[in-house]
Design a protein around this ligand. Structure first.
Ligand SMILES: C[S@@+](CC[C@H](N)C(=O)[O-])C[C@H]1O[C@@H](n2cnc3c(N)ncnc32)[C@H](O)[C@@H]1O
Length: 209
C-alpha cells in the first residue's frame, strides 16, 4: 500500500515553518495571486474556515480596513488580528441565513468555501454531500454578494460537477477552474472561481433607479 500523503509533505512543513494553521493556506494564496478575488478593504466570507489557514491569508489580503468573517461547524481558535471574526455555524441549519445576517451583515465582496463533508467512503454519498455544501455556498454568494463580487468554492470532480459549473457560469461573468499546486497528488478536488457576479435582473414592472 502506498503512503497516503507522502507523510509530512513539503507544504505541511512549509506551513509549520511559516506559522500557518493549515497547509490549505497555500491553495488560497495561489488563487489570490491568479485572480483579483480580494482587494484591500474588502469584506470576505469564508465558509468552512477551521482551523483558519485561509483566514490568515485573507486577513493579510484585505488589510486592516477590510473584514474577514469565518464560519465553521467547529470552533476556530481566535485570531489576534482585529479584522477577522469567526463563529460556529452550520451552513445547512434552518436558521443559518438569519444568523449570518445578524452576525456578519452582507454585502460581501467575495465568498469563499473550502467546506468538505465528513466522508463516508461511499463515492456517490460523498459527492452528493460535497455538492450540497457548495450549492449552499453559491446561494449565499449570489444572494449576499455585491454585483461584481467573486466566488471561490472547492468541490470534487465527478457526479454533477458540470451542472454545478453551469450554475456558476449563469451567475458570474466568467468561470475558471483551479487545481492549486498544494492539492495532494491523487485528490479529485478542484476550485471553481466565479469572476464578477452579474447584477440581479430587474423584476418586471420594477423601475430602475
Ligand atoms: C478542509 S477544511 C477547511 C480548511 C480551511 N480552509 C483552512 O484553511 O483552515 C473543511 C471544513 O469544512 C467544515 N464544514 C463541513 N460541513 C460544514 C457545514 N455544514 N457548515 C460549516 N462548515 C462545515 C469542516 O468542519 C471543516 O473544518
Amino acid at each position: 500500500m502506498g503512503k497516503p500523503y507522502r507523510q509530512k509533505d513539503n507544504y505541511f512543513k512549509k506551513a509549520k515553518q511559516e506559522g500557518l494553521r493549515a497547509r490549505s493556506a497555500f491553495k488560497v494564496d495561489e488563487i489570490l495571486k491568479r485572480f483579483p478575488v480580494v482587494k484591500k478593504g474588502a469584506a470576505v466570507l469564508d465558509l468552512g474556515a477551521a482551523p483558519g489557514g485561509f483566514l490568515q491569508i485573507l486577513a493579510d489580503a484585505v488589510g486592516p480596513k477590510g473584514r474577514v468573517f469565518g464560519v465553521d461547524i467547529v470552533r476556530i481558535r481566535p485570531f489576534s488580528q482585529q479584522n477577522v471574526k469567526t463563529e460556529v455555524l452550520d451552513v445547512l441549519a434552518d436558521d443559518f441565513d438569519a444568523r449570518l445576517e445578524e452576525l456578519f451583515p452582507a454585502p460581501y465582496d467575495a465568498v469563499i468555501s473550502d467546506m468538505a463533508p465528513k466522508t463516508s467512503g461511499v463515492r456517490n454519498v460523498d459527492e452528493a454531500r460535497s455538492l450540497r455544501l457548495v450549492r449552499k455556498a453559491l446561494e449565499v454568494a449570489t444572494t449576499r454578494g455585491r454585483p461584481g463580487s467573486y466566488f471561490v468554492a472547492k468541490l470534487f470532480m465527478g457526479g454533477e460537477f458540470e451542472e454545478f459549473r453551469a450554475e456558476v457560469r449563469a451567475a458570474y461573468e466568467d468561470v475558471k477552474l483551479v487545481r492549486p499546486e498544494a492539492t495532494r497528488g491523487a485528490s479529485m478536488e478542484v476550485y471553481v472561481v466565479g469572476l464578477r457576479l452579474k447584477a440581479a435582473p430587474v423584476a418586471d414592472g420594477q423601475a430602475t433607479p
